[in-house]
Write a protein that binds this ligand. Structure first.
Ligand code: ZN
Length: 97
């Protein structure tokens, strides 16, 4: 994420496994509050979710090979598909017993 105040400086925004955001910019480092970089990345991540949701819907209709640049995106889709598949399969499993 390029800095707006200092051209050439890049900050890294990361999302931890626990779902908390952090940034390497001075704003976050000193104040530990959400900075503009985190807001920007979070916005883009939300757009990704919409895209991923559409992929999940398609994956549920047919066997789909999901190709995305990040491992995280694929993990999310796999989990969503698995969750949806569980919902669909649960009635069969219970009635079978
Ligand atoms: Zn920042």
């Amino acid at each position: 994420m390029p800095s707006q105040s200092e051209p050439g400086v890049e900050y890294t925004v990361t999302l931890s496994d626990e779902g908390s955001w952090s940034c390497t910019c001075p704003h976050y480092t000193y104040r530990h509050t959400v900075c503009k970089h985190i807001l920007k990345v979070r916005e883009e991540a939300l757009e990704d979710r919409e895209y991923q949701r559409r992929m999940v819907e398609r994956a549920l209709q047919a066997n789909t090979l999901v190709v995305l640049p990040t491992a995280l995106g694929k993990t999310v889709i796999a989990e969503l598909v698995a969750a949806e598949s569980d919902k669909l399969l649960t009635p069969n499993v219970t009635s079978g017993c």
